[in-house]
Design a protein around this ligand. Structure first.
Ligand code: ARG
Length: 479
């Protein structure tokens, strides 16, 4: 049967599913207002998988014959191919992807298509589709997070000895290494990945069989269909099954937090690329110029990563507002979920790719970083801690060193010179000037999680192991 031919008796083209009850044709304004078929397109492959699993339920219950089952599967497979190749066409009067697939199925195989919706509602159908979509998105995002992590780890390995000031309040605080700084980003992303894995597991239960809201009178299994779809179990309550979108909120929160993390990284890199910092040279390939000022090289990509973080945050709030106050169980408001979810997740995926690309090629200016880290005032805390080891209470030690710093600044002299003259009167047992060496300071910071060389090597090994496990998880989910 050619696409678009009327598969139904009676000669009416494409009647609505409810044309028995509602006699008048739907007003075109309502039709245009209510369709979600365009934004649903991302669901198509999952809708088809869900329908194939549902067809299996019908066959096992004896509600369709084996031949009809085969026809349904063949028709669904053909539609899946059309979706993959881009040949699949929706129509303005398709209310959503579920109706579009069912219509196309009827065009392809006729009568058996009319049996597919037995014991199923679009309410459990869309809940299933969206769970499958969420799980696939969680795997994709994990993969993209891993790619950025791999760039961070690769660059961190080469910057184990690169000194850089660590900042608090955006004021130079204490020396660390560039590797330590990059591994801080790695930690943020590891938490993101863990969250994705957890929500992937929680999303992995099957609403199929919840029906419109109260199951079905027909003897349709739920466990086997869930297992066929790679899901852990059927959902536990039919009302909750069709009204729950917590899994979508969780994905939006995970996406929003990834975006916030990327935005914070972007901000550091933007600062570092300024003449004022001079820590980073942006690669030309990843920079933009000005249409007016010939000398400019701008970090637009980083600014877009920072700015685009607004999208998933807004989408998270948007979906929370859709859900707030909804009575049980399904309400059409829920259709709004996809408009919030899909573009927001896509924007985070794009930002992950962009930031990984830029960070892979950015040139760190080690000399500028080392110079900034060499200010002896960054080791004032080390001096105070030396006094503590000599028995001085910390508060007093803090004050003594604070005064020393203030005196050096007042005299416009380096801290090490002033210290060399006055360590005795300050109460040090020996000349502590040797402490004012950032490498020596780092060498004595070997607690777990600190930037000392051995602790840092342990952190690098740990990161490599996390990367390996993360990749194995993604491979398992994709196989
Ligand atoms: N397009 C709808 C959605 O996304 C599918 C479910 C429609 N169900 C209904 N009873 N109208 O939520």
């Amino acid at each position: 049967m050619p696409p678009g031919a009327d598969p139904t008796p009676g000669g009416r083209v494409h009647p609505k599913a409810w044309s028995g009850r509602l006699q008048d044709p739907t007003d075109p304004v309502l039709e245009r207002y209510s369709t979600s078929v365009q934004e649903d397109l991302g669901l198509a492959e999952f809708d088809i998988r869900g329908s194939a699993a549902h067809a299996g339920r019908l066959a096992r219950a004896g509600l369709i014959r084996p031949r009809e089952h085969q026809q349904l599967l063949a028709g669904l497979e053909q539609i899946a191919q059309e979706v993959r190749s881009g040949a699949f066409r929706t129509r303005p009067e398709d209310e959503d992807i579920h109706m579009a697939v069912e219509r196309r199925l009827a065009e392809l195989i006729g009568e058996p298509a009319l049996r597919l919706h037995t014991g199923r509602s679009r309410n459990d159908q869309v809940a299933l589709d969206l769970r499958l979509w969420t799980r696939a998105a969680a795997v994709r995002l994990s993969q993209e997070v891993l790619e950025l992590e791999a760039v961070l780890l690769r660059r961190a390995r080469r910057e184990r000895a690169t000194l850089i000031p660590g900042y608090t309040h955006l004021q130079r605080a204490q020396p660390v290494t560039l590797a330590h700084h990059l591994l801080a980003y790695f930690e943020m992303l590891e938490r993101d990945r863990e969250r994705l894995q957890q929500l992937h597991r929680r999303a992995g239960i099957s609403p199929l069989g919840a029906g419109a809201l109260a199951g079905s009178t027909l003897p349709l299994d739920r466990d086997q269909a869930a297992a066929e779809l790679g899901l852990l179990a059927p959902t536990a309550n039919s009302l909750d099954s069709v009204s729950d979108r917590d899994f979508a909120l969780e994905l939006l929160f995970a996406s929003a937090l990834i975006a916030v993390h990327l935005s914070r990284m972007a901000e550091d890199l933007i600062l570092w690329s300024t003449a004022e910092f001079g820590f980073l040279e942006l690669p030309d390939r990843w920079s933009t110029g000005s249409s007016l000022m010939p000398q400019k090289k701008n970090p637009d990509l980083l600014e877009l990563v920072r700015g685009r973080a607004g999208r998933p945050v807004a989408a998270l709030l948007g979906l929370l507002l859709v859900l707030k106050g909804l009575p049980l169980s399904y309400n059409r408001d829920l259709q709004e979920d996809k408009a919030h979810l899909f573009p927001a997740v896509a924007s985070v995926e794009a930002s992950l790719e962009a930031l990984a690309g830029l960070l892979g090629e950015a040139a760190f200016n080690r000399e500028r970083m080392a110079e900034a880290a060499s200010d002896p005032r960054l080791l004032a805390t080390d001096l105070a801690e030396r006094l503590v080891q000599e028995g001085v209470p910390f508060r007093r030690a803090h004050e003594v060193v604070g005064r020393l710093v203030s005196r050096a600044e007042g005299e416009g002299r380096r801290l090490d010179l002033v210290l060399g003259e006055s360590w005795r009167e300050l109460g040090f047992a020996d000349d502590p000037s040797g402490l004012l060496d950032p490498r020596r300071s780092l060498a004595s910071r070997e607690q777990p999680g600190a930037p000392g060389p051995a602790a840092q090597d342990a952190a690098l090994r740990r990161a490599a192991e996390q990367l390996r496990r993360g990749r194995a998880w993604v491979r398992r989910q994709s196989s």
